[in-house]
Ligand binder design. Structure first.
Ligand SMILES: Nc1ncnc2c1ncn2[C@@H]1O[C@H](COP(=O)(O)OP(=O)(O)OP(=O)(O)O)[C@@H](O)[C@H]1O
Length: 227
């Protein structure tokens, strides 16, 4: 299990080349372990850019992202990739599973990349598949299962290595109402059980995790922050 520390960003500014205004314009946040943070805001307000900065995938023009004693953008590319693999679990809107692998093998993949033996990785994958109620679909490939099953497997893959931080970008955006509630409920239960920090971007303010902190962005700035 990766160590649990606050994930903090200081005065993040992201100015894309040729853009008339910054995508992020001075965002500072502290997100503690076991906290559930939801980022909302209009299209283009900077939600995905913030998530990518927190993931170590988008270097800010200015500002810092700090996790424990790691100053993420002071690491070189190789160190940052290793930090990300160990520390972060990512969930995207369209599960982004490896098409050639079964759901079970997709869930086991991050553990295997981190050096866990195949037998132990599959044991953990099977445990998660059970919690995620994947049943027999766990032995099928992504193209052979429903969108809801694929997205539940994507949650399993993001959490398999017990990451300290789980980042989810519109994780329910492609799902119907029943599956939306199921995926949010599972994500919420699993991150709380592991003591991870969850940061989730959503358009859907009707399907939120329990007791979430809501961070509202507008034009790259924080306009509201309430538990
Ligand atoms: N790679 C890029 N190059 C140039 N501009 C970009 C790039 N990525 C994002 N932007 C711009 O930065 C701003 C913030 O985009 P971002 O995707 O973070 O918003 P968002 O709130 O996630 O939007 P949505 O809800 O539509 O996904 C937008 O004006 C967008 O056009």
């Amino acid at each position: 299990m990766a160590d649990r520390y606050s994930l903090t960003c200081y005065d993040l500014v992201v100015q894309f080349p040729h853009a008339s205004r910054p995508a992020l314009d001075g965002v500072s946040l502290v997100m503690s372990p076991e906290s559930v943070n939801v980022i909302v805001g209009a299209s283009g307000s900077g939600k995905s850019t913030l998530l990518m900065c927190l993931a170590g995938l988008e270097a800010p023009t200015k500002g810092r992202v700090v996790h424990g004693d790691v100053d993420v953008y002071r690491l070189d590319d190789r160190q940052r990739a290793a930090w990300r693999l160990r520390t972060i679990g990512l969930v995207f809107q369209n599960s982004e599973l490896v098409p050639e692998l079964t759901l079970r093998d997709n869930i086991a993949l991050p553990l295997e990349l981190l050096g866990t033996g195949r037998r132990d990785a599959l044991k953990r994958a099977d445990h998660l598949a059970e919690i995620l109620d994947l049943g027999e679909s766990s032995k099928r490939r992504p193209s052979e299962v429903s969108g809801g099953q694929a997205q539940r497997a994507a949650v399993g893959r993001a959490l398999a290595h017990r990451p300290a931080v789980v980042l989810a970008d519109e994780p329910t955006g492609a799902l119907d109402t029943t599956n939306r509630h199921a995926v949010i409920g599972l994500l919420d239960d699993l991150v709380r059980a592991e003591g991870s920090t969850l940061v989730m971007v959503t358009h859907d303010e009707h399907t939120l995790p329990k007791n979430a902190r809501i961070i509202r962005l507008a034009d790259g700035q924080i306009m509201g922050d309430a538990a």
